[in-house]
Write a protein that binds this ligand. Structure first.
Ligand code: GUN
Length: 281
């Protein structure tokens, strides 16, 4: 069993981004800029946004966080996004999800200029991903693809089971895998007999937020298991969606939690923002 070390790969990606930022500053006098919109006081969202801002600082980006109360209206959020769309110093806009219940999330995401949509959530970018055209791709699935590339894991013709069909993880993950010529099964909350799907897969990618959902008898010998879940359990520790202790001995490769996919999500956010800054007009 080999661990896929997301932390060290993310550090490697961040080092290369730092050099690219230096080049961009010297050659074009451009400092990549990221704007984050954070609504309400969900502690997990606050923690993620803090990590993103810190990562921006580390690679030399300009970043700004717009903190808004959860009583804010849809119109006020839209007006803020429109203002950022027009700000020439900003290359990437990220609206931290989930949004409060009274807010129409899809309508908000549609207001973001697709050219600044570094989260890849706008329908324009989702459509381009599905048609295998260059686009901004959601950071978590993009980070998983980067891990496959780094560890030379060939996807062509592989049976991959994606557990979870969310717009931000499962669906873009499935599109990327299809574009890489894998045979993809997507399972979700209504799937009957999850085990019948996961146990046939060469690769299982899970991101649902259920601690220990994937058990030893659900994966085949030699499988590759990618755990996207980050769950805080009662004792305060972080665990994934995979019962790591019992599943890992069966795997050829597996990602740990923490230190697996999580750091890659932030690295890909930086990478997408840099990509946007490099084509700034
Ligand atoms: N909430 C959970 N994951 C994400 C993410 O990748 N981007 C944003 N904007 N919100 C999230």
């Amino acid at each position: 069993m080999q661990l896929i070390d997301g932390k060290s790969l993310a550090n490697k990606v961040q080092s290369s981004i730092t050099s690219e930022v230096e080049k961009l500053k010297q050659e074009k006098n451009i400092v990549p800029g990221l704007a984050v919109i954070l609504i309400g006081d969900d502690p997990a969202s606050h923690a993620y946004v803090k990590m993103k801002a810190k990562a921006c600082e580390k690679v030399g980006f300009y970043s700004i966080t717009h903190n808004m109360p959860d009583t804010i209206s849809q119109d006020e959020i839209v007006a803020t996004i429109e203002m950022i769309n027009d700000n020439p110093r900003i290359d990437g806009i990220l609206v931290q999800l989930p949004l409060p219940k009274h807010v129409d999330t899809n309508a908000i995401l549609e207001v973001i200029d697709p050219k600044k949509d570094v989260d890849g959530f706008h329908a324009y970018n989702v459509g381009r991903l599905v048609t295998n055209l260059d686009s901004f791709v959601a950071c978590t699935p993009l980070g998983v693809m980067k891990m496959f590339e780094e560890y030379k894991i060939d996807l062509k013709g592989k049976n991959v089971c994606v557990v979870g069909a969310s717009n931000i993880v499962g669906k873009p993950m499935a599109s990327l895998l299809l574009n890489a010529d894998a045979t993809v099964t997507v399972t979700h909350i209504c799937t009957k007999d999850l085990k019948s799907h996961t146990s046939k897969a060469d690769i299982v990618v899970v991101g649902v937020g259920v601690p220990g959902l994937i058990k030893e008898d659900m994966v085949k010998e030699g499988a590759i298991v990618i755990d996207i879940g980050i769950n805080r359990i009662e004792d305060g520790s972080l665990v994934g969606d995979v019962d790591f202790e019992n599943v890992s001995p069966k795997c050829s490769y597996i990602t740990p939690v923490p230190g697996g996919v999580g750091p890659m999500t932030i690295a890909m956010l930086l990478s997408n923002t840099l990509k946007s800054a490099q084509v700034r007009i």
